[in-house]
Design a protein around this ligand. Sequence first.
Ligand SMILES: NC(=O)c1ccc[n+]([C@@H]2O[C@H](COP(=O)([O-])OP(=O)(O)OC[C@H]3O[C@@H](n4cnc5c(N)ncnc54)[C@H](O)[C@@H]3O)[C@@H](O)[C@H]2O)c1
Length: 272
Amino acid sequence: MNFLVTGGAGFIGSYLSEALLAAGHSVVGLDDLSTGSEKNLVNLKGKSGYSFVNGTMMDEDLVRDLVSGVDGVFHLGAALGVKRILERPYESLVTNMHGTEIVVKAAAARKVRTFLASTSEIYGKNPNQPLNEESDRVIGSPLLVRWAYSEAKAIDESLIQMFHQMNGLPFVTGRFFNTVGPRQTGAYGMVLPSFVSAALAGKPITVYGDGSQQRVFGHVLDAVDAVMKLFFNDKAIGHAFNIGGEGEVSIKQLADGDCGDWIVIEDRDDSL
Ligand SMILES: NC(=O)c1ccc[n+]([C@@H]2O[C@H](COP(=O)([O-])OP(=O)(O)OC[C@H]3O[C@@H](n4cnc5c(N)ncnc54)[C@H](O)[C@@H]3O)[C@@H](O)[C@H]2O)c1
């Protein structure tokens, strides 16, 4: 089968593309290389069955054209990372809402099976652990830019659900918890690569708040495995699933050890 992977030059998208090729499928990657990188395509470019389009999912004609040639869509393209979202809030919001609308509408017009990448961030600060897929969203003030990512992804989920109900679009949503592994960049505020880069450079590790916030980390290859299993399972269609590792770790625990000094910055959060 042929698949379109938006965000195909990104961290998770590149591994997912490799897994699809390994399973005998053909893949078209679409990416504007805003946070993704050509370096992530090292195992893909030149491989039979793989092609890459350097373009934006905001281009409706391009997306419609690409979707017209595939049997399914994996929609991972998004603006993320706390640093990027705080630096470019409006652009990020538009990418995460309108970009998804464009992709979902094109997929719905052809009723091709679609995977939507969502996030554990949609649960916000719900204190009731563990979080299951029916857990409530507990979100802060819309005046705080950091919540815009959570809001946009939640709207994306509603949007794809509506196209499922109205047009019969077959979809499955995966809500990634912190996903980590090689190729993830710390440049946009992702916690683990930021810590590792600082430690390797002998620089202090920056922790936002008091470090007591808990996170669950999962390996990217496990996340990709989950995406593949969900996408190709008819019973998963029309549902959303949490995708993450097991066991919580505090950010303080993560930063602890001989890897650097502490800098504590108040009232910020590292979780995007
Ligand atoms: N990594 C995580 O821990 C995590 C957690 C929750 C959700 N997610 C979701 O998983 C997906 C993949 O995230 P990732 O970790 O691989 O991050 P990533 O930044 O590596 O991947 C996102 C990709 O989308 C591309 N992109 C952005 N705007 C685009 C546009 N307008 N047109 C085309 N491409 C565009 C970027 O260049 C990048 O390659 C995202 O939807 C993200 O919201 C990831």
